[in-house]
Design a protein around this ligand. Structure first.
Ligand code: OOB
Length: 550
């Protein structure tokens, strides 16, 4: 059933998930409240500058923010765009919003007017939480523009720097003990079957989608994930993936770590040398990393200078880990690796600690929950392929959504009639029962784990007066796995440069920088398939040939 723009699980499935104990009808706030009390004196969070926050600190400060948010007029289920870079304030604001019953919309620091404006419109957000300035970029000015275009956006919450007129300072709220004077310190209890948070889809269509994760589904997601990954009170996790990512937030990320009494160091800085310093200084045991970060660590010339002996486990996903790289981890770093094929839509496939090496290094795992179902199908017919053959992975389960937020039309294509999410990943079943990712059946670029929709970039490029036609494809890259390459047919007489196009995308189209094409090839015409579609396979082959010839 679709309610408030969000597709519920059918009644019989919801009942089965409750009966099996996956869904406990607790809010995420309630799950955490129990941990905040149980682990009160333990360190929950370490800041990059070394400041420690105990579980009691996180509880007290996030309740304080929640009371301030409520005082401002924020109501349960109000959507609030969250765009604060990794650090204690991003965590406290996220937790404060949850406690206030609001629904954070988790966006990335590089997102700009094109993306934030779109998320504001789609979510009908009432609030926008930002850092005043990040690397010269003025987010308060961006908030002003987005507000002008979206009158529903009433509250702008700012950390770092002086908030402009009408904006609220999160830092001042953190210093102001409203709980001591507020008449009522009660906070609303959201329905556990309602969305707790809206995540962003990797995006395979022109417009990125919002992913509603309910309290029931998301709490089970992170509790089960922490269990599968073997987290406990001794675990200290380094996270340098942006907090808005499902991986960093709940797989097991922040929430899985807090659920098990461990501590997290959430770093905004992703420079390898800084990460090595943090591991050494804080004796961190686990590292949540995309494969690009692992390569950076293994190949860093200064690695020998740091004592990384505390590191026991790397949890990696977002893009495929090369088995040769995986093989180096034990001899060179003395640590193990677990791989996850994860999606913000919910499905999580993990290798397991007990898997034999061959399976741990060469597969991307099996379903996280016994309640998960998957099919490997021929994408055209929807029929299952023979075991061991490559097909598209379709997923259904207690933490896999049944529909994107306010996207009814798209949902009919993205989900099967019986509710399986069509992942667009081409996989095959390994004899161990695990899954191996072989490619994909969706039009996106996976740049070091960050997904870029080809169609989205093409729609921006085509708006350039000198672009007659264009196609964006993935080109192989030794470090990021893939990068964006733009094939462009220039308008007659026009000459184009990569710099010129990127300048246009940044200044005129106002898109996030990580989506920019990193190579431009001009053609007289784009190659077509025999049904007249742009032949992207041919374009990917052209770029590989050009790379090899260079
Ligand atoms: C994670 O989530 P998203 O939503 O950014 O991206 C999902 C897509 C998958 O459909 C797949 O195409 C790709 O990212 N992917 C992998 C992979 N893990 C994700 N491709 C190959 N090997 C892997 N291990 O990326 C995400 C969400 C939660 C945890 C971890 C990653």
């Amino acid at each position: 059933m679709i309610k408030n723009g969000f597709t519920e699980w059918p009644e019989d499935f919801a009942q089965a998930y409750r009966d099996a104990g996956y869904w406990r009808d607790q809010t995420i706030g309630e799950v955490l409240a129990e941990r905040f009390a149980r682990f009160a004196d333990r360190t929950a969070l370490i800041a990059e500058d070394g400041a420690h926050y105990t579980y009691a600190d996180l509880d007290r400060l996030s309740t304080r923010l929640a009371l301030h948010f409520k005082n401002l007029g924020l109501q349960p289920y109000d959507r609030v765009i969250h765009q604060i870079p990794n650090g204690p304030v991003s965590v406290l604001t996220f937790l404060g919003l949850l406690k206030a019953g609001a629904v954070p919309v988790m966006t990335l620091p590089p997102h700009r007017e094109a993306e934030i404006g779109h998320f504001a419109r789609l979510s009908g957000a009432r609030g926008y939480a930002i850092a005043s300035q990040v690397r010269e970029f003025d987010f308060q000015a961006l908030a002003g523009t987005v507000q002008e275009q979206n009158p529903s956006l009433e509250f702008v919450l700012v950390t770092g720097g002086m908030p402009g007129p009408g904006y609220q300072s999160i830092d001042a709220m953190l210093l102001d003990p409203i709980e001591e004077r507020a008449g009522s310190t009660s906070l609303p209890r959201p329905d556990p079957d309602f969305p707790a948070v809206l995540l962003l889809s990797g995006g395979t269509t022109g417009i990125p989608k919002l992913i509603p994760r309910t309290h029931n589904d998301y709490a089970y997601n992170f509790l089960r994930c922490a269990e599968v990954c073997g987290l406990d009170g001794e675990t200290s996790v380094l996270v340098a993936v942006p907090q808005a990512h499902n991986f960093a937030l709940a797989c097991p990320g922040l929430l899985g770590t807090l659920a098990t009494g461990g501590c997290e160091l959430l770093s905004a800085n992703t420079a390898t040398e800084q990460l090595m310093k943090l591991i050494e200084t804080h004796r961190l045991t686990h590292f949540i990393a995309v494969p690009t970060m692992i390569l950076g660590l293994l190949d860093h010339p200064e690695r020998g200078k740091y004592d990384l002996s505390s590191l026991r486990m790397i949890l990696t996903g977002g893009s495929k880990l090369n088995p040769e790289v995986a093989l180096r981890l034990r001899p060179e770093l003395g640590c193990d690796v677990l791989q996850v094929l994860g999606m913000a839509e919910g499905p999580l496939y993990w290798t397991r600690l007990e898997d034999p090496d061959d399976v741990r290094l060469h597969t991307q795992g099996r379903p996280q929950s016994p309640g998960d179902e998957f099919r490997i199908v021929d994408p055209e017919s929807g029929k299952e392929v023979a075991p061991g053959e490559v097909g598209e992975l379709w997923c259904r389960g207690p933490h896999t959504i049944r529909g994107y937020y306010r996207a009814d039309e798209h949902n009919t294509r993205a989900f099967s009639s019986d509710g399986f999410y069509k992942s667009g990943d081409l996989v095959r079943l390994h004899e161990s029962g695990n899954i191996v990712v072989e490619g994909r059946n969706k039009d996106c670029i996976n740049r070091g784990g960050e997904k870029i929709s080809a169609e989205e970039i093409e729609n921006h490029l085509i708006a350039h007066g000198s672009v007659l036609n264009c196609a964006v494809v993935a080109m192989p890259d030794a470090i990021f796995g893939e990068k964006c390459c733009a094939f462009v047919v220039p308008a007659p007489g026009a000459s184009l440069t990569l710099e010129g196009l990127c300048d246009f995308l940044i200044k005129e189209r106002k898109i996030a920088r990580f989506k920019l094409p990193e190579r431009l090839e001009t053609l007289d015409a784009l190659p077509l398939t025999n049904v007249g579609k742009i032949n992207k396979k041919a374009l990917r082959e052209i770029i590989v040939q050009l790379q090899q010839a260079a």
